[in-house]
Ligand binder design. Structure first.
Ligand SMILES: NC(=O)c1ccc[n+]([C@@H]2O[C@H](COP(=O)([O-])OP(=O)(O)OC[C@H]3O[C@@H](n4cnc5c(N)ncnc54)[C@H](O)[C@@H]3O)[C@@H](O)[C@H]2O)c1
Ligand SMILES: [Zn+2]
Ligand SMILES: [Zn+2]
Length: 393
């Protein structure tokens, strides 16, 4: 089959790789019809590159049609339409029954000291072949795939794999009081969706910051108050003006480690490009990488006693945090990979009964799988209005 494969920094290709096969009696094979490119994929071709191997199949936002099922699969059958969550969670262990699917104890990467395996991600998360491919092997066929109706276009459901539950969890973790205020940092797919979910769940004032014109325009169209800057001092001053000088009840960081504005980060970015991977891998596991620009803005912007909800992904083991400031401001901080299945029962009805979040128009680009390398670069450079790309194998 054809699949998007990792070859190095800023280097993805489409290669022919072996078709996946049923390995366990509860596996299913899904023929992929739509599959997103995520901000998290960008980390893999940049700072997280030391944890990747040439030939790794990428992608973790797939949906498609079940083509084959193992002998013990009863929940889905060939022909069913399914979305595949980005967490590989068994659905039955202690963590899964607590709703902490991204910490699944069946797929936790204990040797690496990391949480549940993820499709198409680094060796820290199991190095499992991903879903930017013609076919995907999906384990836990009775509990993992999300069955969706057959009659509506893919765009309606594909974001159940990641974007929607991630944005939903970001808003839940933000703990915005009914009618309260939230600042969303970053208007990529995750931040944009978080503004929509925040409104849906009752936020009274939704503010967002970014600098990419098309992304700001999308948010404006949804009546978000936009701050056209990612500069900490400017964003903090503007958001205070908009919130009685106090700061918002909550800040959602939907940026993560590719933030603009980290002074040391660009130096480190260059370092990851020249230092051998074995050394860089060590550096990232034992040291900080100082890409905390967005998080620091969140800490300064949030009102005293407010909550920061981190959905942007961070790496680097000892990045320093301004603890005195955080303690004094009495900040609450919640974070983590989205626990996809935790939120599916809440979100699915909002997609089958209508289009509560404007997902039908959410993708800016639909691209054949063969054009993935260019699409990755366009998304990375935020060129030509690229906000969300769906690949169509
Ligand atoms: N927690 C999870 O489960 C989960 C799931 C999916 C994605 N993510 C993470 O969420 C983050 C966003 O993903 P995305 O797909 O929207 O990516 P993206 O890269 O398209 O979006 C990030 C946006 O942040 C903006 N930005 C950069 N620096 C900023 C700053 N200092 N202040 C404000 N805005 C800034 C960029 O211009 C860009 O528009 C990534 O870190 C990704 O890894 C987490
Ligand atoms: Zn993703
Ligand atoms: Zn589990």
């Amino acid at each position: 089959m054809r699949a998007v494969t990792w070859h190095g920094r800023a280097d993805v290709r489409v290669d022919t790789v072996p078709d996946p096969v049923i390995q366990d009696p509860t596996d299913v094979i899904v023929e992929i019809t739509s599959t997103g490119i995520c901000g998290s994929d960008l980390h893999l071709i940049e700072v997280m590159a030391p944890f990747m191997t040439v030939g790794d199949v990428m992608g973790h936002e797939p949906m498609g049609i079940v083509r084959e099922v193992g002998p013990e699969v009863t929940a889905v059958k060939p022909g069913d339409r399914v979305v595949v969550p980005f967490n590989i969670s068994c659905g039955t262990c202690w963590m899964c029954s607590e709703g902490l699917f991204s910490q699944c104890e069946t797929t936790q990467n204990r040797e690496q000291g990391f949480g549940a395996s993820l499709f198409g991600y680094t060796k820290l998360y199991g190095q499992v072949p991903g879903g930017q491919a013609e076919y995907l092997r999906v384990p836990f066929g009775n509990t993992l795939p999300i069955k969706v109706p057959a009659s509506v276009p893919d765009d309606r459901f594909v974001y159940l794999s990641d974007v929607l539950p991630t944005a939903w969890q970001a808003v839940q973790y933000a703990g915005i009081p009914q009618g309260g205020s939230v600042l969303v940092l970053g208007l990529g797919p995750i931040g944009d969706m978080a503004t929509r979910v925040a409104k849906h769940l009752g936020a009274g004032q939704v503010i967002a910051s970014d600098v990419v014109p098309e992304r700001l325009a999308r948010a404006r169209r949804n009546d978000v108050q936009v701050i056209e800057s990612t500069d900490q001092a400017e964003v903090v001053a503007r958001v205070r003006d908009l919130t009685d000088g106090r700061g918002p009840d909550a800040v959602i960081d939907a940026v993560g480690m590719e933030a603009h504005g980290s002074p040391v980060a660009s130096a480190l970015q260059k370092a990851t490009a020249v230092v051998p991977d074995a050394i860089m891998e060590k550096v990232m596991q034992v040291a900080g990488i100082d890409r905390l620009a967005a998080l620091n803005t969140a800490i300064e912007a949030v009102r005293r006693g407010g909550t920061i909800s981190l959905s942007g992904v961070y790496g680097g083991a000892t990045d320093p945090l301004p603890l005195m400031r955080m303690f004094d401001k009495q900040i609450q901080l919640r974070m983590g990979q989205a626990n996809v299945w935790r939120w599916v029962p809440d979100i699915l009805p909002l997609l089958t009964e209508g289009d509560a979040f404007g997902v039908d128009e959410f993708a800016t680009h639909h691209v054949p799988l063969e054009e993935a390398p260019q699409a990755y670069m366009n998304f990375r450079e935020k060129k030509d209005g690229h906000v969300k790309v769906l690949l169509q194998p």
